[in-house]
Ligand binder design. Structure first.
Ligand code: CP
Length: 307
């Protein structure tokens, strides 16, 4: 499904069987930390917005594939400080001929257009509100592994700031093809219009407890304060009371409920710290799976060979 040389910007083109085959391929890669010849190739990781998990997992993945990661993280120390645009930076780095460009940026950088202008594949590593496909894949991979490799009939609830979540929108692009039902719950200012939800076969819940009882997996979404100053109509305390995951709210839910969060977590808002200690919590497993998923993607896009 990920062809050598092709960019990965969105997920809606993927077919269900391709995704499952990819997960099986990634599962086979797990445990193999260094199975590729050093290649002399480079992977340019251009993170114009902050990141810990995505950036470091791509660095780790590149290292495992024998590809040297070259990293820009923010503007400091780059010509961005002298006014160079992100687009110009991408074009200049592309001129150094890395094998792949991994880019995190705001909505206004046109990755579709850039992918036609550069000669190497571009991977979307978090593009404004438009999507975060590698995160959505690692989330789905985590659920797939935890659900005995069968996503048919699994019910995933996403809670909170759905409207500003690029991760949620990447999930909407492919998850239902795998047989997953999607529910959402959050304050009205963070939830898409009911007609849009109906069109996309997404169930909207007003009551969190009812939504949690429905769920097999629950993903608290980070409130994207940096994308919408003052848009939240309720206080942070009220949000936590109504929509935050707490030890009390999850205590009597399914014994095999998967508790997820893409990170970084705003503790005391989307999730109480105590929830991290719950045996059903798989937040750090998501992070771990992120390395495997990104290794698999780079492996296929770069056409790497095993030793
Ligand atoms: N989930 C995620 O994208 O985390 P980072 O911002 O740390 O990469």
């Amino acid at each position: 499904m990920f062809q050598a040389g092709q960019s990965l910007l969105k997920l809606q083109h993927l077919r269900a069987q391709e995704i499952i085959s990819f997960f099986e391929f990634v599962s086979d890669l797990e445990g193999n930390k260094n199975i590729f010849e050093p290649s002399g190739e480079t992977a340019a990781l251009l993170f114009f917005e902050p990141s810990t998990r995505t950036r470091m997992s791509f660095q780790t993945a590149a290292g495992r594939l024998g590809v040297q990661p070259l990293v820009i993280s923010g503007k400091q120390g780059t010509s961005g400080e002298k006014g160079e645009t992100d687009e110009d930076t991408v074009k200049n780095v592309a001129a150094m001929d890395p094998s792949v460009l991994v880019i995190r940026c705001q909505d206004d950088l046109d990755l579709e257009d850039l992918s036609k202008k550069v000669s190497m594949p571009i991977i979307n590593a978090g593009w404004g509100k438009k999507g975060h496909p590698t995160q959505a894949l690692l989330d789905a991979y985590t659920i797939w592994k935890k659900s005995k490799r069968n996503l048919e009939g699994v019910r995933l609830l996403m809670i909170g700031d759905v409207l500003h979540s690029r991760i949620a929108f990447s999930h909407f692009e492919f998850l239902q093809k795998l047989g997953v039902s999607i529910g959402i719950c959050g304050p009205s200012e963070f939830i898409p219009e009911p007609a849009w939800c109906a069109d996309h076969r997404i169930e909207c819940f007003e009551n969190l407890d009812e939504a949690l009882k429905w769920s097999d997996a629950v993903m608290a979404l980070r409130v994207q304060f940096e994308r919408h100053k003052d848009k939240m109509k309720i206080s942070q305390e009220q949000f936590h009371k109504q929509y935050g995951l707490t030890v009390e709210k999850i205590r009597n839910q399914k014994s095999n409920l998967l508790i997820m969060h893409p990170g970084p977590i705003n503790y005391g808002i989307e999730m109480a710290e105590g929830v991290m200690k719950d045996a059903r919590n798989c937040v750090l497993e998501q992070v771990r799976n992120g390395v495997f998923i990104r290794t698999g993607i780079l492996h296929l896009l770069l056409g790497r060979r095993k030793k």
